[in-house]
Design a protein around this ligand. Structure first.
Ligand code: ADP
Ligand code: MG
Length: 141
């Protein structure tokens, strides 16, 4: 299942949040993971509104090696992120909310990839995997 949402205004971010929460819940993510996923999509969509004017959020339910997951791709045609390396490397405490969003998303999700086309836009893909299968993998106790 794939869903696409245009993002341009604050209001779009609100809609996307509730859609994604619903999708994550239906797919079997627990409350804590739902919060992580919603927080991440919210931050990425908010970045589009704040820094790139408009873009597209694509949410898909994916599978890999019998493991289910939710994948979020956010693409915009804004200016790109010139100092990306510095942003992702900075060791500022989470208490410093400003400029911490992207790093937080990387921490909250399992997979995180980002491509910046300077002057042309930003593409970010994040995935959260369901933990279920690991429990049945027969850990010797
Ligand atoms: N989609 C984007 N397009 C252009 N620049 C972006 C985008 N997302 C983030 N940035 C840049 O990266 C910086 C860090 O982003 P982030 O970690 O979310 O912090 P914040 O949004 O609080 O500034 C932003 O200040 C902005 O300069
Ligand atoms: Mg941000």
């Amino acid at each position: 299942m794939i869903k696409c949402f245009p993002v341009k205004h604050e209001g779009d971010v609100v809609d996307i949040r509730s859609h994604v929460r619903e999708m994550a819940k239906k797919h079997g993510f627990d409350d804590l993971d739902q919060v992580r996923i919603v927080q991440s999509v919210s931050e990425l969509a908010q970045n589009v509104v704040e820094h790139a004017e408009e873009g597209i959020v694509q949410v898909s339910l994916v599978e890999k090696e019998e493991k289910g997951g939710i994948q979020i791709e956010v693409q915009d045609f804004g200016p790109g992120i010139a100092d990306l390396e510095t942003i992702l490397r900075s060791t500022e405490a989470p208490a410093v909310v400003e400029g911490y969003g992207l790093k937080q998303v990387r921490d909250l999700m399992d997979d995180f990839s980002i491509r910046v086309l300077e002057g042309k836009g930003t593409w970010i893909k994040v995935t959260k995997w369901l933990e279920e299968e690991r429990k049945t993998s027969g850990d010797p106790m």
